[in-house]
Design a protein around this ligand. Structure first.
Ligand SMILES: Nc1nc2c(c(=O)[nH]1)N[C@H]1C(S)=C(S)[C@@H](COP(=O)(O)OP(=O)(O)OC[C@H]3O[C@@H](n4cnc5c(=O)[nH]c(N)nc54)[C@H](O)[C@@H]3O)O[C@H]1N2
Ligand SMILES: Nc1nc2c(c(=O)[nH]1)N[C@H]1C(S)=C(S)[C@@H](COP(=O)(O)OP(=O)(O)OC[C@H]3O[C@@H](n4cnc5c(=O)[nH]c(N)nc54)[C@H](O)[C@@H]3O)O[C@H]1N2
Ligand code: SF4
Ligand SMILES: [Mo]
Length: 768
């Protein structure tokens, strides 16, 4: 334990994308353990808030089994430790060989950051360029690529609601009480519940902690949101609850949409979705008349049938009611780094009006959205003899064997590759399949930052300083990428020395020198993050070398968002504003507000030609019409239950925390089952049962839970991880949900998996 007066250091919680600012005290062995945690009231975004999970941060920082040396797989499948020099030389050599013999486009980069660490992945582009890697993927392509395809074409960028100030909040397949998704979620939800003038509407089959606080809970049947949302949209149109004036001024393409929605058989669709018509009427009335509406969708619809269509529906809800680019409603936040890179929208269309030109993957020719290959297609891209199949993967800060559909198939897929390199802090399920594993310093041992900055009108960011030196034997990702690049395509020292000298003189001198050097030498720009790391990096305060690339980020932001940045207090020329933003990020340990917006900024940020929002997407409108077939969301006799494989609970954090002891609740590992289903099956609370899907059969402990809708069952995400016990033996605790899922169960448009709609069967285990 730390003594009570130990210094409180500022950092952030990394267990979910909210990244609450926290203060921690260190203690334990060598002062490397996080022994006390409390919310940081000076953090401008989270203002002292934390949820129950922040207290458990040490289960991440002081986990057993941290990797401390590069590992190389032997022929017999076991691993041996090698030194960094050998690891870098061998990996660089193999990457170059694949590039030269087969083409760098055969090397896939996967991951780049989890819930708390996006800085390291920002240093991968130079290496990727050097090896000619063209394809990349990450977890966003198994949840939000459908969403990003529609928001790019409808509002011209990533949107977010203002849940602190909206009059009405609509949450679709989202449980912020457990999963957050906006700052200070539990406080904001409680405020909404208490305020008679505000309305909280939740669409979820489960009576979640969030649904309990809602004014209206639409307890939709699993997988049938498309009919419910189409029904609400139909009701809005048919009852003249849409904002024609707003649409006339700001929108295009509404006519065809209104026409299609006028045809929706609202009562039938509501009934099919399991919702009373009176509730649909009430919700449409509220959405049509509210002063401000914010909408948040998440996995409940993104990982279920019709997911891209559902995202389309959600955007139509706020556009048809005029709730875009308005205070308290949906807006386009300023982003320091664009998480979803926009695709070039096809200028050519077929006779149906569908886009005809878009990027696809090399083998299955699947649509690439936001520059991301669809995760669900990875096995089919690799497990074949196609000459263009991928041959190598570089996996950083991600655990795809655990997180992607069908773990068994993912293992086969990785085994089929010529080279798999994993950069991680732990011997993960994915690392176990690698040829090389490179040990990274933890998120508290290096500067780190998250780019999930999505708030409006005030948006903030926090660059964290290391709390302690790196665990011996580990390196930060920027250093790993730098060493690999230096082994593949090094600079002459004379090329970088002038920049290093300029950095010592200050940021203004550096900015001028960098501009001149980039003009004279294309390699400087091409390998920008690397160059900043090796030239500006050493001039930064102690331990902050890895922050160097943020200088480029700050300069880009200043060049595109001058007015929002100036309102936040950073003005002057673009170069000056960028420099002062960069300096402030380094100085402001609690984070800072980097943009202050007006609703009009959303209109300005809209990338669509003409600056209007667009409602008509022929690809989606046809799907609205196809709902009349009532297809795709049915159970079968063999599999009468719908399993949500991977629910967020009070002790889940993807696979960031591996020690099962961190989970202090009693439902941490269990399969939740409605009491009536449990009774019918003869299963008791705490009893065991066989859970079977088309892919596998596992024994589970059941928790009888009246929050569940009859016919639905759910498993937590983030379990089934191996973790060493006190003797060093690896022990697996709980169920890994993707042992039960199949890659074929996916959206036909964005290929996102149906993890919330896994058909299943449950049987009592005899004799228990
Ligand atoms: N505690 C915790 N918080 C997290 C994470 C974590 O691991 N643990 N992970 C973070 C990440 S990566 C993400 S993406 C977010 C995800 O955050 P959420 O999407 O909120 O998380 P889930 O619990 O997976 O799913 C949300 C809800 O979908 C509901 N649902 C299931 N089927 C359906 C359906 O057919 N229709 C509808 N409408 N709803 C359905 C479930 O009952 C559940 O309440 O959470 C983030 N925050
Ligand atoms: N069945 C099912 N599957 C799901 C989901 C579900 O609901 N159901 N949810 C999905 C969702 S929404 C998401 S976002 C994904 C998440 O899945 P992934 O993107 O694969 O990531 P995480 O589980 O967050 O794992 C992050 C990895 O980073 C490592 N790590 C931690 N700190 C560091 C560091 O500083 N450096 C490096 N290099 N590594 C570090 C951790 O050890 C871990 O291996 O899972 C998805 N998979
Ligand atoms: S897990 Fe809780 S404390 Fe940590 S960032 Fe998320 S909301 Fe904040
Ligand atoms: Mo996620």
């Amino acid at each position: 334990m730390a003594d009570k007066d130990a210094e409180w250091k500022k950092t952030a919680c990394v267990l979910c994308g909210s990244n609450c600012g926290v203060l921690v005290q260190l203690g334990g062995k060598d002062g490397r353990e996080i022994v006390r945690v409390r919310g940081d009231k000076e953090h401008p975004g989270t203002r002292g808030y934390t949820c129950n999970k922040a207290l458990q941060l040490n289960y991440y920082q002081s986990a057993r089994g941290r990797l401390t040396a590069p590992l190389r797989r032997r022929d017999d499948g076991t691993f041996e430790e090698i030194d960094w020099h050998t690891a870098i030389a061998e990996i660089a050599g193999k990457l170059v060989a694949i590039r030269d013999e087969l083409g760098g486009d055969k090397i896939v980069y996967y991951g780049g950051g989890g819930q708390g660490n996006h800085l390291g992945g920002g240093y991968s582009p130079p290496l990727r360029r050097a090896i000619g890697s063209r394809y990349r993927g990450n977890a966003l392509a198994q949840e939000k690529t459908g969403l990003s395809w529609v928001f790019d074409r409808m509002v011209g960028g990533f949107y977010h609601g203002d849940f602190e100030h909206c009059e009405t909040a609509l949450l679709v397949g989202k449980n912020p009480w457990q999963s957050n998704g906006f700052p200070r979620a539990r406080v904001v939800l409680r405020q909404m519940a208490k305020d008679p003038n505000r309305k909280l509407i939740v669409i979820d089959p489960r009576v979640t902690e969030t649904a309990e606080l809602a004014d209206i809970h639409l307890r939709v049947k699993p997988g049938r949101d498309a009919w419910l949302l189409a029904g609400i949209l139909g009701q809005l149109v048919q009852q003249e609850l849409i904002d024609h004036d707003w649409l006339a001024e700001h929108a295009q393409g509404q006519e065809a949409v209104i026409e299609a929605l006028a045809e929706i058989p609202v009562a039938q669709y509501a009934a099919y979705a399991g919702i009373e018509m009176a509730q649909v009427e009430e919700v449409a009335e509220i959405l049509g008349r509210t002063n401000s509406l914010s909408v948040l969708e998440d996995l409940g619809i993104e990982m279920a049938p019709n997911s891209t269509l559902n995202s389309y529906h959600c955007i139509l809800l706020f556009l048809l009611t005029g709730n875009f680019a308005k205070a308290g409603a949906v807006n386009l936040p300023a982003q320091l780094v664009t998480i979803f890179s926009p695709d070039k929208i096809s200028e050519t269309r077929d006779e149906r009006g569908y886009e005809t030109s878009y990027k696809t993957t090399p083998v299955t020719e699947s649509r690439i959205i936001s520059g991301l290959i669809p995760c669900n297609m990875l096995p089919d891209e690799i497990l074949n003899d196609h000459p263009d199949r991928f041959r190598a993967m570089l996996i950083e800060s991600a655990n795809p064997v655990h997180s992607l559909a069908d773990a068994k198939r993912m293992r086969e897929t990785l085994a089929a590759l010529d080279l798999v390199v994993v950069i991680d802090v732990a011997m993960t399920e994915t690392a176990q399949e690698a040829d090389y594993v490179l040990p990274a310093s933890s998120q508290y041992e290096k500067p780190e930052m998250t780019f999930f900055n999505f708030e409006f009108p005030e948006n903030c960011a926090q660059l964290r300083t290391p709390l302690m030196p790196p665990l011996p034997g580990t390196l930060s990702e920027p250093e790993i990428h730098a060493r690999l690049l230096e082994a593949i395509d090094p600079f002459d020292d004379a090329e970088l020395e002038p920049l290093r000298a300029a950095a010592e003189e200050g940021l203004d001198a550096f900015a001028l020198a960098f501009g001149a050097a980039a003009n004279a030498n294309p390699k400087i720009n091409n390998y920008g993050a690397y160059v900043l790391y090796r030239t500006l990096g050493p001039s930064l305060p102690d331990g902050m070398t890895e922050a160097a690339a943020l200088w480029g980020v700050a300069q880009m932001f200043a060049a595109t968002e001058a007015s929002s940045l100036a309102r936040a207090g950073f003005d002057g020329t673009s170069m000056q504003a960028g420099n002062s933003l960069f300096q402030a990020l380094i100085a402001a340990q609690s984070g800072l507000v980097f943009s202050m917006d007006e609703p009009e900024d959303s209109l300005r940020r809209n990338r669509l030609a003409g600056g209007k929002v667009n409602l008509q997407l022929p690809e989606m409108l046809d799907k609205v019409r196809e709902l009349a077939d009532y297809a795709g969301a049915e159970t079968t006799e063999e599999f009468p239950l719908v399993l949500a494989a991977g629910e967020r609970r009070s002790y889940t954090a993807n696979t960031v925390v591996r020690d099962p002891a961190w989970a202090k609740s009693n439902n941490a590992l269990t399969l939740s089952v409605n009491p009536s289903d449990a009774a019918n099956l003869g299963i008791n609370d705490g009893g065991t049962a066989w859970l079977t899907t088309a892919r596998d059969s596992v024994e589970v402990v059941v928790e009888v839970d009246k929050r569940m809708l009859p016919g639905t069952i759910s498993l937590p995400n983030g379990f089934g991880l191996s973790y060493p016990d006190a003797q060093g033996n690896q022990v697996v605790t709980g169920i890994s949900p993707n042992e039960l899922t199949a890659v074929e169960d996916r959206d036909d448009f964005a290929y996102t998996p149906w993890h919330k709609f896994v058909l299943a069967r449950l049987e009592a285990v005899a004799g228990r």
